[in-house]
Each structure stands twice: as C-alpha cells, then as structure tokens.
Ligand binder design. Structure first.
Ligand code: MN
Length: 153
C-alpha cells in the first residue's frame, strides 16, 4: 500500500485530504506540525509527502530541508501545499527541496493528479538507479496503475 505523509496543522484541511487519499486507496499518516512531520518521515518512510507551508513550529520549507537532508528520504517526493502563493514563492519552495507545489484550496482531481505524477517520477528514478547499480532505495514506490489513456479507454 502506498503510504502518504500529510503534514498539516489545519484540522479541516487534514480531514479533506485524508478523505480524498483514503478514498483513492492510499495509506495516510498525519503530522500536525513540522517537527513531528520530520520525525514521522524518518520513522515511517512514506512514499510521498504533502507538506503545508505555514505550520506552528518550523515551517514546511524548513521541514522539507531537514527531510531531504536524510539520505534514505532524498528521493521521496515532497509536494508543498501553499495558501495564497505569491510571486517568488515558487522559487523559495523549489529551493527548499520541494519537488512541486499545489495552491490551496486543493480539489480532489488536482491533488490525485499531482500525487500520481510524482509517484510515477519517483518510480522511474528508482528504476534508473537500479539500472546504474546504485541499488534499490528502501521503500521503493509501487508502479502506479496505467492511466486511462494507456489502457486504451
Ligand atoms: Mn497551515
């Protein structure tokens, strides 16, 4: 089962994201602040992380930097969730090591589309690192199901 860590301090947002993810069949683990998000990432090794930026302790960018500094977690995609993104925010977010970002409010379609995209990219990178003899990273991502288009529907 693909495991997604959601770091979010707003209970309503958390409830919404949890509902969407569980409905899609993902396992959801949750942290309400940055430091417990980092700790959970280390102990649970999720396949993907959804990271709120405004958190009560360290912000989502700092949390992402700490997560990306851990060797085994470097390849885990982090998608930042931003309230009212402003000019220059994208650069700050990507500089911090986030793989991408979504502006809130995040609807089901956009969220699932982004998650599938980043999981697929991570799976490709993992496969490539096997080819080069770099070894299979722990917690390698399952191959996502073929899209509707690929199935010829
Ligand atoms: Mn927040």
């Amino acid at each position: 089962m693909t495991k997604i860590l959601c770091v979010e301090d707003n209970p309503q947002n958390m409830r919404l994201v949890r509902k969407i993810l569980k409905h899609e069949g993902y396992e959801v683990i949750e942290a309400e602040d940055g430091l417990s998000g980092v700790a959970l990432a280390k102990s649970e090794h999720p396949d993907l992380i959804l990271m709120d930026i405004n958190l009560p302790d360290i912000d989502g960018l700092e949390a992402t930097q700490r997560i990306k500094a851990v060797d085994e977690l470097q390849q885990v995609p982090v998608i930042a969730l931003t309230a009212n993104a402003m000019y220059g925010d994208e650069e700050r977010i990507l500089d911090a090591g986030c793989d991408g970002y979504l502006s809130k409010p995040v609807g089901r379609a956009r969220l699932i589309e982004a998650i599938e995209k980043y999981l697929a990219e991570a799976a490709e990178k993992a496969a490539a690192s096997v080819d080069t003899g770099a070894g299979d990273p722990p917690g390698a991502v399952e191959t996502p199901e073929a899209s509707e288009a690929e199935r010829g529907n």
